[in-house]
Design a protein around this ligand. Structure first.
Ligand SMILES: Cc1cc2nc3c(=O)[nH]c(=O)nc-3n(C[C@H](O)[C@H](O)[C@H](O)COP(=O)(O)OP(=O)(O)OC[C@H]3O[C@@H](n4cnc5c(N)ncnc54)[C@H](O)[C@@H]3O)c2cc1C
Length: 415
């Protein structure tokens, strides 16, 4: 039998059912609230690329009931560093991450984004589990937001109000402008190709130069050019059956020109091709190009990497920004979603179901008390989360500003 925390549930609206919107919904459900999620897409085209979940992310996700076994996550225990000119027989620099569990009390997983999204969606809406199942409205674009009353306007002309509205509509948020001065993200001149390659294709090429991939079955491999501004990141997911490959580069290298700077409205990327991916890395050693050539033609996307500055505030009245809508960052340190998961768990901790209990007798006084209490908690949320997320955003964005990239290990003191 389910046991919900005792108290008066808040009615919560969440805009956006990406990784962070769903994690926030799940955390608030488990804190005893009534949660409805409005998502503009119908999830008919889910993006096939993987994400790294560092110990800070896995600790939160496991605490919310996510099961990395069910998601077929691969535990990351080793990073291998290569340079673009290395050929067969050249040794890589290897750093081991197997002591992460001892250090942080949580493991580091490599997981397919669709598997993580499905896990979060299932737990959020499941009739079993702690709290009341969240209601997910697909195909429901939110067009407007009134921060003081907590009211959203939908595409069909209707309006819905709640005690709290959490905006998780991604880097190009269309609702952020109702909360804080409009400061859109802007092009950095860098972009990333992303694809996933079945490991069976790598094994089938057993006469080729792909031995470096086969012997790195469980490792995260980083292949850098001289300045580190072009980089291939290769790691397994789905129990080692699928290889995630990402290729960061200045747009001049892939011939994507201004087109490569197109705004990405949500997590989606734009359609690209193995040929375009190869073009961006044509001076890399043959063995790396052999891997790129295995990219499935229908599954290569190109992501313009946008720079997003710290916002003056994340909150207004009864509303609050979380995830990429609040603090989108470059993927260099694998902390974009992870920082959103930290938002989710912090909010759920600060919004207990006892918050809306009050002693005032009149309804208008009670509404005012509740509104003030919610706003005070959201301010507390911002004071706890904003400086940390901004610091990690600044470190992640270094390459976009022409500064040397931090390596994974350099981030460990703060994750
Ligand atoms: C190349 C690349 C690699 C990355 N690798 C990693 C990694 O290894 N580790 C990591 O932690 N992070 C990584 N990230 C970052 C991570 O993917 C993002 O930080 C994370 O997905 C953001 O989640 P979100 O829910 O905030 O936003 P999104 O995933 O963008 O979700 C926003 C949702 O809101 C919906 N929406 C938008 N507008 C509206 C509206 N008006 N009404 C209703 N719904 C709306 C969208 O349809 C979408 O579903 C990477 C990012 C990139 C580009």
């Amino acid at each position: 039998m389910n046991s919900s925390p005792i108290g008066t549930p808040l009615n919560v609206i969440i805009v956006g059912a990406g990784l962070v919107g769903l994690a926030t919904a799940l955390a608030l459900r488990r804190a005893g609230h009534h949660v409805e999620i409005y998502e503009k897409s119908s999830f008919s085209r889910e993006v096939g690329a993987a994400v790294t979940c560092g110990p800070n992310a896995t600790k939160i996700l496991e605490g919310l009931g996510c099961d990395f076994g069910r998601m077929r996550g691969v535990e990351h225990t080793q990073t291998r560093y290569f340079t673009k000119d290395q050929g067969d027989g050249d040794l890589s620099f290897v750093s081991r991450g197997s002591d992460l569990f001892q250090k942080f009390g949580a493991r580091f997983y490599l997981v397919h984004r669709v598997d993580l999204h499905t896990e979060l969606k299932d737990l959020t809406t499941s009739p079993t589990g702690l709290g009341e199942p969240c209601i997910l409205h697909l195909g429901s674009a939110v067009l407007s937001l009134d921060c003081e009353s907590g009211t959203i306007g939908l595409g069909d002309g209707s309006f819905v109000s709640a005690d709290v509205v959490i905006v998780a509509d991604g880097i190009n948020s269309s609702l952020r402008k109702f909360m804080t001065p409009h400061t859109p993200p802007y092009p950095s001149g860098l972009a990333a190709f992303r694809t996933t390659i079945p490991f069976s294709l790598v094994n089938a090429e057993n006469e080729s130069g792909l031995e470096w991939v086969r012997e790195s079955k469980r490792a995260l491999c980083l292949i850098n050019d001289d300045g580190g501004r072009r980089n291939l990141t290769v790691y397994p997911c789905r129990g080692g059956e699928v290889l995630n490959v990402a290729g960061l580069h200045p747009i001049a290298f892939s011939g994507t020109g201004e087109d490569g700077e197109e705004k990405v409205a949500s997590f989606g990327g734009k359609v690209s091709s193995p040929g375009q991916f190869l073009e961006g890395f044509k001076d890399f050693s043959a063995r790396y190009k052999e891997l790129i050539r295995l990219s499935p033609a229908e599954n290569v996307t190109l992501w313009p990497l946008l720079l997003f500055e710290e916002l003056p505030t994340w909150i207004s009245g009864r509303t609050c920004l979380v995830g990429d809508a609040a603090h989108a960052m470059f993927p260099m340190l694998g902390q974009g979603a992870a920082q959103g998961f930290e938002d989710a768990i912090t909010l759920a901790t600060l919004l207990p179901s006892t918050l809306s209990e009050h002693s005032t007798s009149s309804l208008s006084d009670a509404n005012k008390d509740q509104s003030d209490a919610i706003n005070a908690r959201l301010r507390l949320f911002e004071s706890l989360r904003k400086s940390r997320a901004t610091e990690i955003q600044t470190l992640s964005n270094r390459i976009g500003r022409g500064l040397p990239v931090l390596q994974f290990g350099e981030l460990f003191p703060i994750i």
